[in-house]
Design a protein around this ligand. Structure first.
Ligand SMILES: [Zn+2]
Ligand SMILES: [Zn+2]
Length: 348
């Protein structure tokens, strides 16, 4: 007998509809079935919607926590009832034959992800149940919050951006864009001992959050940071993903400094950068994507530690049935940070 479940599904018109779909049955060997608790709406979900990357019928959602409902054959590390957060893809495990990226330690570029990215190529967490690889589940303590743990994935992105940079405690830095990734970068920079943290963010709501999470100077435009920070920042984290912001980052950073591009602009947008400033100031520019498996583990550890509290980044928790309107709201100008969709109202 086929059983059904509720899910938010990409529609033919490029929106998201609340629908009843077939519930996954027994998990395959090495995988587990999760009862989803919370799943965050990510900027990449918004970018993909309406493009061939989000075909009609796809269940998106890759920032998820849940509870193990059943385990597939051969799974010994997890059992029914475990509370977990998911690294949303299957990657080469130490015992496997390694793909070329994993062999060189760049697990963020693991080739297996092309066919196993949860919520991108296989069904994700905007549903009551999702099947995920057991090796992608990180078990949470009984005390940790399934809501806050849904921030592990974007926090891992922030830790990867920092890890790719020359960041050292005491350094003055700037963050352009205080969306969820920018806000988590600010929180992590502050936690790991940054000096001055200048932030530009046009939304008053998100600018306030940036200040609450430890930004020392907050302005509405990146160009204003050059006159409001005491010294030019050594590193600028570009987390806005607009066509003009990488150029503003290069203009802002100190000579010989570093710009980390963590924001993703729309594919049709071209960067507006003055190469003369880039060259004359000898600025290093580094793009970053996702996170290593180790960095994801560090994000889980950080979220579980009592000294680090990024819960302010969650601006609202809404039931899954409000997925459609939440996507529509986030696609336009808004005063939100991270919206979590709550799949199981009994969990916290
Ligand atoms: Zn994400
Ligand atoms: Zn791999």
């Amino acid at each position: 007998m086929i059983s059904m479940m509720q899910a938010a599904v990409v529609s033919d018109s490029g929106g998201v509809n609340f629908a009843e779909i077939e519930r996954p049955s027994e998990p395959r060997p090495g995988w587990v079935l999760l009862r989803v608790a919370y799943c965050g709406i990510c900027g990449s979900d918004l970018h993909f919607l309406g493009s061939p990357l989000a075909p009609a019928g796809l269940v998106m959602g890759h920032e998820l926590t849940g509870i193990v409902d059943s385990v597939g054959a051969g799974v010994s590390a997890l059992s029914e009832g475990d509370r977990v957060v998911v690294l949303p893809a299957e990657r080469c495990s130490p015992g496997d034959e390694q793909c070329p990226s994993c062999a060189e330690g760049a697990t963020q570029r693991c080739h297996r992800q092309q066919s196993t990215s949860i919520g991108i190529v296989i069904p994700g967490g905007f549903a009551e149940y999702v099947e995920v690889p057991a090796s992608s589940c990180f078990v949470l303590s009984d005390e940790s919050s399934l809501q806050v743990a849904a921030l592990c994935e974007p926090l891992a992105v922030a830790l990867h951006a920092m890890g790719a940079s020359r960041f050292q405690p005491g350094m003055d830095v700037a963050v352009i864009g205080a969306g969820p990734i920018g806000l988590l970068t600010i929180a992590a920079l502050r936690h790991l001992g940054a000096g001055e943290v200048g932030v530009s963010e046009p939304s008053p709501y998100r600018a306030n959050l940036a200040a609450s999470l430890g930004a020392t100077t907050v302005v509405d435009r990146a160009t204003r940071l050059s006159t409001t920070m005491a010294k030019s920042p050594e590193i600028v984290f570009e987390c806005a993903g607009r066509s003009g912001t990488p150029g503003e980052a290069i203009g802002l950073v100190r000579p010989g400094g570093e710009v980390i591009l963590a924001g993703v602009a729309d594919p049709a947008e071209m960067l507006k950068i003055s190469s003369i400033i880039w060259v004359v100031k000898e600025v290093s520019v580094q793009g970053v994507i996702a996170y290593t498996t180790e960095e994801f583990g560090k994000a889980v550890e950080l979220i579980e530690s009592v000294e680090f509290d990024p819960s302010l980044v969650i601006s609202e928790i809404r039931p899954l049935s409000r997925a459609g309107e939440s996507f529509a709201e986030l696609m336009g100008p808004n005063e939100q940070a991270k919206i979590l969709l709550s799949v199981d109202a009994n969990e916290n």
